[in-house]
Structures are given as structure tokens and as C-alpha cells.
Design a protein around this ligand. Structure first.
Ligand SMILES: Nc1ncnc2c1ncn2[C@@H]1O[C@H](COP(=O)(O)OP(=O)(O)OP(=O)(O)O)[C@@H](O)[C@H]1O
Length: 309
């Protein structure tokens, strides 16, 4: 990405358009829009036979910061997430973009709705592990919310949108109020493991069916909107019961680090028999169908046998 880049949300990237980087000269064919946020638009693109996600930024500086963070994280990762960063010239103006691994996944709400609520525990564990991996590298995710979590396969979790990633000790600049410790009067807006763990607890409340109550509570006056109300909400959620102690500790900021939260979540899962892979709804349905079909086959064989014999 170079300097002197014009940014505009008006630039349109349409399906079929080929974006060619000004500096690296790599080409990407726009397939479809994957998502849109405050900082840019993310498209599914094709380069050769490979699919990628291309983020087309509104603000060159914001995008550059994301690229810097991704470069830093990739140094310690076995598989790079960032594939390319460049500018593209469209109708005489120059726009920045970067290309990353395409995460084939659904938001956790979608995944749980499709596959069953038993998956909540494994998704929670995998999300905590992802956060812990980032914390170990000296960063905090910052803008944690259900939209920025993608779940695929057997509850595997990927984080997307690294725009909020902040070095530990710095102040968190990009956040979403509902998930923000500062907004709930539960602590500072400073990057430490606890900041993400607080957001994690809110994500869990959302996933366990408390989203509506949470939204209502978030709208109340600041003096009525505190950690105590959130602790009460955790207590009221039947789906959270098995992991309620972990969530309460995360809201109260009582974890020294996220490694401790991972270990306790895992222990809670084992204690409540939630460890291991839940059976996907699809396979359960398949088994039921096969069972009904086999009974039908048995009945018709018996019928044929009886009328012939
Ligand atoms: N690597 C990826 N693979 C698949 N989908 C992605 C990927 N990156 C982003 N998305 C999708 O695009 C959406 C918007 O991307 P992103 O959150 O990075 O944009 P943003 O402008 O920073 O958004 P926000 O306003 O939430 O900060 C995501 O919620 C997600 O659904």
C-alpha cells in the first residue's frame, strides 16, 4: 500500500470485475460481497483456482494498521492469513486493499441454530483458545463480537476483522458498545486479557439466548448498567449453567490471564459431560431417516414373504 491514496466509499466493486494490484500486479476476480463494516467491504475473490477474501478499505490509514498487525501475527503463525496488500486504480483514483485467507464459516448464532445448542460449549472453548493464542503474542483482539467470529467444520473458530487488535497496555480504540467493558462500567478500555474475556462473556450471553435481555439492559441509564446486572443475567440463563462460574469471573475481571479461563472452561465442560463433539443435527436426522427406511424395508420384505408363502 502506498501513500497519497484516495479513499471513498463510493467506489463500487461489482461481480466479475478484476482487481489488479498496482505494485504486486496480482489479479483478483470479484465473486460476491461477503460483508460490510465501518472500515470497508469484504469480497470473496478468485485468483487462479484459489478463493480469498479481499478487504477494500474506506480509510487507507486504518487498513494499513490492520495490515501491519496481520504481518506481525503471521510471523509466528504456521499458515499466513495475509496474502497480499496493494492499491488498485479505478476510474482514475487509487484505492487500498488487502487480501486474506477466505474463512468458510457461519456466525456462531447461525451455526448453533443449524447444528444444535450443544455446540455452544465447544465453540466457546475454541474461541477462548483463539483469544489466548493472540494474547500470548502480546495482543488483544479488542472488537470481539459475534459478527467477527466464524465457525466451520466441527465447531472450529476463526476470528475475522483485525481492525481492533491492540498491543497489550495500549488503549482499545475500536470496539462495539454492547461488548465493551468500559460501556458496562466494568473496567477500563485498556488492552489486557480481561478486556477480551469480558467481550467473550457477552458473546456467550448472546449465544445462550439472552441477547434480547442484554440489548434491553444496554439501553438503560449508565448508573443502572453495570457488571452486577450482567452477573444476574448469567445466573438466569439455563444454557449458561455449566459454565456460569467462568462467565461470572470474566465479567468481574477476576482472571489473571486467558490461559486460566481456557483451563476452567475445559474443566467445566468435562464436569458437565459436555466435552467431546456433540452429534451434528444433520447426522442425527440421517440416522433417523435410515432407521425409518430400514423398518419400511423390513415390513415390505415380510409382507412379500407372507403373501408368497
Ligand atoms: N477472511 C474472511 N473470510 C470470510 N468472511 C470474512 C472475512 N473477513 C471478513 N469477512 C466477512 O465480512 C464482514 C465484514 O468484515 P470486517 O468486519 O473486517 O469489516 P469492518 O469494516 O472492519 O467491520 P466492522 O464495522 O465490524 O469493524 C465480517 O463480519 C465477515 O462476515
Amino acid at each position: 500500500m502506498g501513500f497519497g491514496v484516495t479513499t471513498s466509499s463510493k467506489a463500487v466493486l461489482t461481480e466479475g470485475l478484476v482487481v489488479t494490484g498496482k505494485w504486486n500486479k496480482r489479479s483478483y476476480r470479484i465473486e460476491r460481497l461477503l460483508g460490510e463494516g465501518a472500515n470497508g467491504k469484504v469480497f470473496l475473490v478468485q485468483s487462479g483456482k484459489q478463493s480469498y477474501a479481499l478487504k477494500f478499505g474506506f480509510d487507507a490509514l486504518d487498513l494499513q494498521m490492520e495490515v501491519n498487525v496481520l504481518r506481525e501475527l503471521d510471523k509466528k503463525s504456521p499458515s499466513p492469513f495475509l496474502r497480499d496488500a496493494d492499491d488498485v486504480e479505478l476510474n482514475g483514483s487509487v484505492y487500498p486493499f488487502y487480501v486474506m485467507t477466505y474463512v468458510r464459516g457461519a456466525t456462531p448464532e447461525h451455526y448453533i441454530r443449524k447444528n444444535g445448542s450443544d455446540w455452544f460449549f465447544l465453540i466457546g472453548l475454541n474461541l477462548l483458545r483463539k483469544l489466548h493464542a493472540l494474547h500470548r503474542q502480546g495482543y488483544v483482539f479488542g472488537d470481539l463480537k459475534t459478527d467477527n467470529v466464524l465457525v466451520s467444520g466441527y465447531g472450529e473458530v476463526e476470528l475475522v476483522d483485525y481492525g481492533g487488535v491492540t498491543a497489550k497496555g495500549r488503549s482499545v480504540k475500536q470496539f462495539t458498545e454492547l461488548y465493551d467493558r468500559g460501556y458496562w462500567n466494568a473496567g477500563e478500555r485498556r488492552a489486557d486479557d480481561g478486556y477480551d474475556l469480558f467481550g467473550f462473556a457477552i458473546v456467550c450471553l448472546q449465544l445462550s439466548g439472552m441477547g434480547k435481555k442484554l440489548q434491553e439492559l444496554a439501553k438503560t441509564l449508565p448508573q443502572n448498567r453495570g457488571p452486577d446486572e450482567l452477573l444476574k443475567l448469567i445466573g438466569e440463563s439455563p444454557s449458561c449453567r455449566a459454565v456460569a462460574d467462568v462467565l461470572k469471573k470474566a465479567i468481574a475481571g477476576r482472571y489473571a490471564d486467558s490461559a486460566e479461563a481456557v483451563a476452567e472452561w475445559k474443566r467445566a465442560m468435562e464436569k458437565h459431560g459436555a466435552a467431546g463433539y456433540p452429534r451434528p443435527v444433520v447426522s442425527a436426522l440421517w440416522i433417523k431417516t435410515a432407521f425409518v427406511a430400514s423398518i419400511g424395508l423390513f415390513a415390505s420384505t415380510l409382507y412379500l414373504y407372507l403373501i408368497k408363502g
